[in-house]
Design a protein around this ligand. Structure first.
Ligand code: PMV
Length: 339
C-alpha cells in the first residue's frame, strides 16, 4: 500500500523555502523538545534495477519530515485526529513506529510528525518518516549523533513495514543525506553506499504529474513481466545499473551533459520496462524543451508521480512551469552550495 501521510502533511513543498537545507545528522533540542529530521530523496538513475541488485544513484532533497519528541510516560506516536489517514495506513504507521521504538529501547517520549514532502510521489516520504523517527528515538535513548548506518538500520525496520522488501535506497539516501551510489546485492542483508562528490552544483527541477499506483504494485507488475521474459528484462536492468555507474562517474568529473544524457537514456530503458506513461512522457519532453540536460521519471513511476529535470539553472523553467499550473520545485542534491 501507499506510504502513509502523516500529521501536518503539506501537499507540496513550500516553494518560498527552497534552498533552506537543514543539517540532517544532528538532532536539535528546542525548548526541551527533541527534533529529528529525515530528508526526502530523489533517484537520478537506477530505480527498480536496485531491487534486482544493480547500482542506483540517488541524493537527498532539501525537504523532508520533522519528528518532534516531548517527555511522556511511555513511548508513543501521536497522530492528530485531523490527519488524512485511512485506518489501514494509521495501523501500518503505528506498527512501523513501534518496531523502531522497540529497537531503541522505547524511550519515554511522545512523538509528532510534520511532512513537507508529497506522499506516494516517488520522493521518499515514508523513508523520511523512518529516518526522522530513527534520529529522534536514538537521540532520546542517549545516542544524539549516531552514524548514518545506525540511523539507516532503525529506519529500515519502518520501511519494511511500509514496503515489504525495499532495496533500501530510500532510507539509506535519507540517512546519509548526500548523493550516493548504492547497491544491495541479491540476498545481502544490507546495501553498500558510496558517497559521490560533485565539483559542480547539481540542481534538479522536480515536477509532479499526478497520482500513481503504490510502489508495491508497480514493483510487483514489473516482477511478473521480468519472470515471464527473464533474459530481456535482465538485460534492461543491467543497462540501468551501468547507466547509474556512468552517471556517478559523470557527476564526479563535473560533466553535467554526460549525466543528463545518462538520465535520458535511463528514461528510455524505464519506458521499455513499462514504467512510464503519457503524463510522465509529456513532462519529460516539456522539461527537455525548456533546456533540461536530462529528464526522466523518478521513483517507482507507473503512471504519474514525479519527473526530474537536470538544469544548470532551473529558475526560469520553474517560473514558467508554475505559471502554467504545474506543481514543481527546485532542489540541489550535491555540489557546492549556491544559495
Ligand atoms: O517508492 P518510490 O517511488 O520512492 O520507489 C523506490 C525505488 C524502487 O526502486 C522502485 C523500489 C526500491 O525498493 O528500490
Amino acid at each position: 500500500m501507499a506510504a502513509p501521510s502523516v500529521a501536518g502533511d503539506r501537499a507540496a513543498p513550500p516553494s518560498e523555502r527552497i534552498g533552506h537545507r537543514r543539517k540532517p545528522d544532528a538532532p536539535d533540542v528546542a525548548g526541551g523538545e527533541l527534533i529529528g529530521f529525515g530528508p526526502g530523496k530523489v533517484i537520478l538513475i537506477g530505480e527498480h534495477a536496485a531491487v534486482y541488485g544493480h547500482p542506483v544513484l540517488a541524493g537527498p532533497l532539501s525537504w523532508g519530515v520533522t519528528a518532534r519528541g516531548t517527555p511522556a510516560s511511555r513511548c508513543r506516536l501521536a497522530v492528530p485526529p485531523g490527519a488524512k489517514l485511512t485506518r489501514k495506513a494509521r495501523k501500518l504507521l503505528m506498527a512501523a513506529f513501534d518496531r523502531a521504538a522497540r529497537a531503541c529501547g522505547s524511550p519515554r517520549i511522545r512523538v509528532t510528525l510534520e511532512s513537507e514532502i508529497p506522499v506516494s510521489m516517488g520522493l521518499g516520504s515514508s523513508a523520511a518518516v523512518g529516518v526522522a523517527c530513527a534520529r529522534l528515538l536514538l537521540a532520546a535513548s542517549g545516542k544524539p549523533m549516531p552514524p548514518p548506518d545506525v540511523v539507516a538500520k532503525v529506519a529500515m525496520l519502518m520501511e519494511e513495514e511500509f514496503h515489504g522488501q525495499p532495496s533500501g535506497i530510500d532510507h539509506t539516501t535519507s540517512a546519509q543525506g548526500r548523493l550516493i551510489l548504492y547497491r544491495r546485492r541479491p540476498g545481502a542483508p544490507l546495501g553498500i553506499a558510496r558517497p559521490v562528490r560533485s565539483p559542480r552544483p547539481l540542481k534538479l527541477l522536480v515536477a509532479l504529474v499526478g497520482p500513481r499506483p503504490p510502489t508495491r504494485a508497480t514493483v510487483a507488475g514489473l516482477r511478473a513481466r521480468a519472470s515471464r521474459w527473464p533474459s530481456r528484462y535482465g538485460r534492461l536492468m543491467r543497462e540501468l545499473g551501468m547507466l547509474a555507474r556512468e552517471g556517478a562517474a559523470a557527476v564526479e568529473a563535473g560533466d553535467l551533459e554526460s549525466l543528463g544524457d545518462a538520465m535520458n537514456a535511463s528514461q528510455g530503458v524505464l519506458s521499455a520496462l513499462g514504467l512510464s506513461s503519457a503524463s510522465i512522457d509529456q513532462m519529460v519532453h516539456r522539461l527537455r524543451g525548456m533546456g533540461a540536460l536530462g529528464a526522466k521519471l523518478t521513483g517507482a513511476g507507473g503512471d504519474g508521480g514525479a519527473v526530474i529535470g537536470l538544469f544548470p539553472g532551473p529558475e526560469l523553467a520553474l517560473v514558467r512551469l508554475r505559471r502554467q499550473g504545474v506543481v514543481c520545485f527546485e532542489s540541489q542534491v550535491a555540489g557546492p552550495k549556491t544559495l
